[in-house]
Design a protein around this ligand. Structure first.
Ligand SMILES: Cc1cc2nc3c(=O)[nH]c(=O)nc-3n(C[C@H](O)[C@H](O)[C@H](O)COP(=O)(O)OP(=O)(O)OC[C@H]3O[C@@H](n4cnc5c(N)ncnc54)[C@H](O)[C@@H]3O)c2cc1C
Length: 470
């Protein structure tokens, strides 16, 4: 590792490997440093299923069309306009050829999805999920001569007046490798800080200790902290993130998508005082699931319970955990540690407020509760048919948005707004430029893929390496 590399990349997830491939194709020597061991490689990327791409006509993996304008409108709606419109436009426009680019480098996609998720038009699904996708990209990168060192966490960057001299290593391998690695260009793709609960607590207070981290334990924001401490310009708010309600029995880290609880719209949700606190039927689940992490995070002790009956439990895809079951509401309440009488009162009040007749989950059916606070506005069916089911819910953090500000070449900006001389960022570490708040399913991987390629290209171009770069 002591040679002077053209391009050094920190973090071997989607963004890092897309950057590595692009720089290597242009003729750069590329070293990737990855904190995780090889068998745990891929950061949050290995948990993913899809990416969102614009297209003006059907492709081999996406149906119909999804125009730039529609994508942009969707993004503006979820972020409520808190986005850098220039960088957002670049992301959306350059998503156009992303699936073909990945396929040409060994990634395989499923045929367009049909079914209730309704994502076949907008989201392309990786065959074998994010792990298979990442494995294919790593294989391709290595075939181009990219060197990847695992078990090699970067502890800090040495930045002087916007120029990065090198990176300092930490961890078990430091005695056999040089402590400082130098490179002409450095691309930071080391994810957000979602796995550092102390840092999360700076935005969330004590509530953060009860968060479960859905993805990798390695995204602790060490590289982000080092950049910010040395004058890189911050973007985004400390407490903005993607967080969903997941089964409270999920592991502290790396539970992935299988621990998500999708049953909220088909029952009622109580906090630890056995009180309802939000409209469970506000909108279709794909549009609403991402607010429930935040909602549970603001409840006492960051715990809540979804309660369903024998009919409700059949209406959604089960999670990996067996639900807690009992033939009576009081019995269920005891099992999940809620006060039995208070739970019965809340369920009875809910049942009494439900309209008559069946619900239709394929539409926003307007079957709203009557006279209940908070109201449930769709799919209000009484919870009356035993056995009853309980799912304990915790906030599951997916990834954080606060990061470093970049320009359209993925160059990191300093606090005075000038671009750094040789530092770039892509992926979660700069996602807050585009995601000020809210989320659009599949855009995380799009941001990483698009800005990974931009960073790799910009680094190569500034070294006068042109290779295959178009
Ligand atoms: C359960 C789950 C499901 C998801 N599903 C989707 C989905 O279907 N579609 C979608 O678009 N997004 C999804 N996301 C979000 C998506 O995972 C991220 O947006 C994307 O993977 C980010 O890519 P990245 O390369 O920036 O980060 P990562 O893939 O997390 O890679 C960062 C890498 O940096 C390494 N690293 C961290 N610190 C250091 C250090 N100090 N030194 C060296 N290396 C370091 C990490 O080990 C990691 O390998 C999901 C996330 C989770 C958790």
């Amino acid at each position: 590792m002591s040679e002077r590399w053209d391009v050094l990349i920190i973090g071997a997830g989607n963004a890092g490997i897309c950057a590595a491939i692009t720089a290597a194709e242009a003729g750069c020597s590329v070293l990737v440093l990855e904190a995780a061991p090889r068998d745990m490689r891929g950061g949050n990327t290995r948990h993913t299923r899809n990416l969102r791409a614009m297209h003006d006509e059907p492709t081999d993996v996406l149906t119909d069309s999804y125009s730039f304008e529609e994508y942009f409108e969707d993004l503006m709606r979820v972020t409520k306009g808190v986005t850098n419109e220039t960088l957002a436009s670049i992301t959306l426009r350059q998503s156009d050829d992303l699936t073909q680019w990945l396929v040409a480098r060994g990634v395989r996609f499923q045929p367009a999805l049909s079914g209730t998720l309704n994502l076949g038009r907008t989201n392309a699904f990786f065959l074998g999920g994010g792990r298979a996708m990442l494995n294919a990209l790593c294989r391709h990168a290595e075939s181009l001569g990219v060197t990847i060192h695992y078990d090699t966490p970067v502890a800090a960057l040495t930045i002087d007046d916007g120029f990065c001299h090198g990176v300092e290593l930490s961890g078990s391998d430091t005695d056999i490798v040089p402590q400082i690695i130098t490179a002409k260009k450095i691309i930071t793709t080391a994810g957000g800080f979602e796995a550092d609960l102390d840092w999360l607590a700076e935005g969330w207070g004590d509530a953060a200790k009860n968060f479960l981290v859905r993805g990798t334990p390695y995204n602790k924001g060490v590289v982000l902290r080092s950049l910010l401490d040395q004058g890189a310009k911050m973007v985004g708010e400390l407490d903005q993130c993607h967080a969903v309600a997941i089964d409270a029995r999920a592991p502290k880290y790396d539970g992935g998508i299988a621990s998500r609880i999708d049953g909220v719209p088909f029952g009622l949700v109580l906090n630890k005082h056995a009180e309802r606190f939000y409209d469970e039927g506000e909108d279709f689940w794909p549009k609403r699931y991402a607010i429930w992490g935040r909602l549970v995070a603001t409840q006492p002790d960051q715990i809540a319970y979804a309660i369903l009956d024998a009919d409700g439990v059949k209406r959604f895809m089960p999670s990996v955990f067996t639900p807690i079951t009992n033939d009576t509401i009081e019995g269920l309440a005891k099992q999940i540690d809620l006060a039995p009488q208070a739970t019965r009162n809340s369920v009875e009040a809910f049942n009494a407020a439900c309209p008559k007749g069946p619900i239709d989950q394929s539409i926003l059916d307007g079957k709203a509760t009557n006279g209940l606070s908070p109201e449930k506005t769709n799919w209000s069916a009484p919870v009356i048919k035993p056995p009853f089911y309980g799912f304990p819910l915790r906030p599951g953090i997916t990834f954080t948005y606060m990061g470093v500000e970049v320009n359209e070449n993925a160059q990191i900006l300093m606090q005075n707004g000038t671009p750094t001389a040789n530092l770039y960022a892509a992926g979660e570490i700069m996602a807050g430029n585009i995601l000020g708040q809210g989320y659009l399913a599949g855009i995380g991987m799009t941001i990483g893929g698009v800005f990974g390629r931009i960073a790799g290209q910009a680094a190569a171009r500034s070294l006068n390496k042109v290779g295959l770069v178009e």
